[in-house]
Write a protein that binds this ligand. Structure first.
Ligand code: FAD
Length: 384
């Protein structure tokens, strides 16, 4: 016999008090809402996001910035746009700042957003330190938790992906979905650094160096900073690129907007390292990797110039990625073909999925929070 945690049959039970669960709960005013959270505090990922300043949205949001079914994603994004996120924050006196690549960050701290959510959800019933273990339906939903049973007429799964288990992530959303016969698209780490094969180990010596590159992966071309680390490559361009990479080759242009061929054909006594607009350490290690000495441009043979031209088109296959513990998000998740346009399960009435638990994953730059808010907004409209 499982202990009943509350006599109330809640109108809505939300599994997870992360960004999507809190945003949804903030927009449900009239219902009796239970929010069940495994952590002892709410919104831990929000606090960790954007270097503590939470990159809440992006000026350039469109379905093309997401991995997933574009026809499913687009109408949900169209209904709640970046300007709606900004208006919500403005209404509650939270200032934002626009940074490069259209990214909006909170001016002060990610804490402000968590505090706002706490304020807006005050009247709801929080079950903290309470892990959801199993959900079943028989007239109402019976939610089995680590502390006892909670009952509700509707359940919204807002439990996120499985990345960053240190912040409370678990596979409960996938388990609930599977129990109701949903298909799960294999989860994989995304927005994550990539590790290297032996031929690219020269890059490991460049730990800490970062500069702007163009990255081609699958049919995507992305431009942003690449950061070399002792484990491999990271930085915004690689994190976004990891969304579209599963295995095989990718190509880096280390000198975007530079006509390298023209530079190399100059009859100049200047050394390669003093001519190319790249960090000296990078040039040294790159030249070492192609067994070339730093020498005057005028002394280079055609074959040597060809080798240096690889900087514009450096193609290689990463060994893998840094794994779920370092991945900002999880790609894959609950398959959207079995989810209605209102985010309700097509297989179980009154069961909804929002946020990262779904097979929708955005690039780096505020796209994931925008999806979280837009999907929560869609369900809020349904439940109001
Ligand atoms: C370090 C880091 C930085 C990031 N920075 C940004 C950024 O700046 N901009 C951006 O757009 N995105 C960012 N992201 C991604 C973004 O945080 C997520 O996409 C977003 O938080 C997903 O929201 P969610 O509500 O779907 O899931 P989550 O925010 O992960 O919330 C899920 C909640 O469910 C709870 N839970 C899990 N299992 C159970 C269970 N069994 N029982 C009860 N509760 C459970 C978890 O504890 C958690 O609180 C970042 C992610 C990380 C890890």
């Amino acid at each position: 016999m499982i202990l009943q945690l509350s006599e109330t049959v809640f109108d809505v039970a939300i599994v997870g008090a992360g960004a999507s669960g809190l945003f949804l709960a903030s927009h449900l005013k009239r219902q009796k809402v239970a929010i069940i959270e495994a952590n002892s505090r709410v919104g831990l990922k929000i606090l960790a996001s954007g270097g503590g300043k939470c990159n809440v949205t992006n000026k350039n949001v469109s379905a093309s910035n997401y991995l997933g079914d574009k026809d499913f994603i687009k109408p949900i994004l169209d209904e709640f746009k970046p300007n709606d996120t900004l208006a919500f924050l403005k209404k509650h006196n939270i200032d934002v700042e626009l940074r490069k690549h259209g990214q909006f960050f909170l001016k002060n701290s990610a804490k402000d957003l968590v505090e706002l959510f706490k304020k807006l959800t005050k009247k709801h019933k929080f079950f903290l330190d309470t892990k959801v273990l199993h959900v079943e339906h028989g007239g109402v939903f019976r939610i089995e938790t680590s502390k006892g049973l909670i009952r509700a007429k509707r359940v919204v799964v807002a439990s996120g992906g499985i990345s960053f288990a240190s912040l409370g992530a678990s596979d409960i959303g996938y388990k609930i979905a599977t129990d109701f016969s949903h298909t799960i698209i294999t989860p994989n780490p995304a927005l994550v650094g990539l590790s290297l094969q032996k031929e690219q180990f020269w890059m490991k010596k460049l730990s800490g160096i970062s500069f702007n590159v163009k990255l081609k992966v699958a049919d995507k071309i992305l431009e942003n900073d690449l950061l070399f680390t002792h484990r491999g490559i990271s930085g915004p361009v690689v994190l976004s690129g990891s969304l579209y990479w599963s295995k095989g080759k990718l190509t880096i242009d280390f000198l975007p907007h530079i006509n390298l061929e023209e530079i190399l054909n100059k009859d100049s006594k200047k050394l390669i390292s003093s001519t190319l607009p790249l960090p000296k350490r990078f040039i040294k290690e790159f030249l070492g990797s192609i067994s070339l000495k730093d020498s005057p441009l005028s002394s280079l043979s055609s074959a040597q110039k060809e080798m240096i031209l690889r900087l514009k088109n450096y193609e290689f296959a990463p060994a893998g990625n840094f794994g779920f513990s370092k991945a900002e998000v999880t790609k894959g998740g609950v398959c959207c073909t079995q989810i209605g346009a209102n985010l309700e399960s097509k297989l179980q009435k009154n069961l909804f999925f929002i946020g990262e638990v779904l097979d929708v994953t955005g690039e780096l730059g505020g796209y994931n929070f925008q999806w979280v808010f837009a999907s929560a907004n869609r369900v809020a409209r349904e439940l109001r």
